[in-house]
Write a protein that binds this ligand. Structure first.
Ligand SMILES: O=C(O)CCC(=O)C(=O)O
Length: 275
């Protein structure tokens, strides 16, 4: 199937009319119809608030991916690096080379956004996050509380290193995305927790309203990951606010990626789908 963008419509209503042999459909409806989560993954995301998809990235790409990750982190300017008490974050992996172009387009991530957000969405952030060696566990938190419209965010984490019990794997309180309380309101340590473990190249997808945080890293090595978040399309987004899109990125990425970044666009645009 070929896809390209047209600048002729915006909004989330369905469009489905033939124009010069093309069928026009609104991009969100295109993603809903074309992208799938397995029923097991969909159930886990719905009931637990997260799912681990093991070894999504082909094994023969892992080494190059980790090298590209380290190179991108090492070459970031100080203004893009945030060193916290337990993790270091490096911003904007949309603009750090072709190795990172596909990671925010993985089918299960986009399908999860349709399931959880349930309305047109866009990428909010894509950054590196490394848990420091010997870091204590992070407090449980939500990224976004749910609101009257539902759940506003889907997060995803690509494991650059294996996530293990001892090296700071992400912990989740299963089902907590459905609660009306937030972590500050209860003694969080008493809640049942599940660790999201997996080999390097695995993917975690989570509802941004589930209670989560990294566990303690008891090793002498950092626990590396690439992390992103999708939010409602009409919410304020990092890429637009920061005007970060590089011309070479825009030349390189697909039309679907440009739509999902909503970068450099004053209007949403429609996908043209060849029939
Ligand atoms: O890296 C992780 O495992 C989770 C990090 C996280 O939730 C955060 O820093 O807000």
């Amino acid at each position: 199937m070929e896809t390209s963008l047209s600048s002729q419509s915006e909004g989330c209503e369905t469009r489905d009319k033939a124009v010069n042999g093309w069928h026009m459909i609104e991009p969100f409806n295109h993603i809903v119809s074309m992208y799938r989560l397995s029923s097991v993954a969909a159930e886990s995301l719905k009931e637990l608030g997260f799912v681990v998809i093991p070894s999504l990235m082909p094994v023969d790409r892992l080494e190059h991916f980790a090298e590209a990750f380290d190179h991108a982190v090492a070459s970031a300017i100080p203004g893009d690096i945030h060193i916290g008490s337990t993790t270091t974050r490096v911003n904007d992996f949309v603009n750090r080379g072709r190795y990172f172009d596909e990671v925010y387009l993985y089918e299960p991530i986009l399908a999860a956004c349709c399931q959880v957000i349930g309305q047109p969405f866009k990428l909010s952030v894509l950054h590196a996050r490394s848990v420091h060696p010997n870091a204590p566990e992070q407090s449980l938190h939500v990224d976004f509380a749910h609101d009257e419209q539902g759940w506003p965010m889907v997060g995803f984490i690509i494991m650059v290193d294996e996530f293990r019990k001892k090296n700071g794997a992400t912990r989740f309180v299963p089902g907590s995305h459905k609660w009306t309380t937030t972590p500050d309101e209860l003694a969080t340590s008493h809640q049942p927790q599940m660790l999201a473990c997996g080999p390097a190249g695995s993917l975690i997808i989570y509802n941004g309203s589930v209670w989560h945080g990294h566990s303690a890293n008891l090793t002498n090595e950092p626990r590396r990951s690439l992390q992103g978040a999708y939010i409602r399309r009409d919410a304020a987004g990092w890429f637009q606010q920061n005007g970060r899109m590089l011309p070479e990125t825009l030349d390189r990425i697909s039309e679907l990626a440009k739509y999902l970044l909503a970068a450099g666009q004053s209007r949403d645009r429609s996908l043209r789908t060849a029939q």
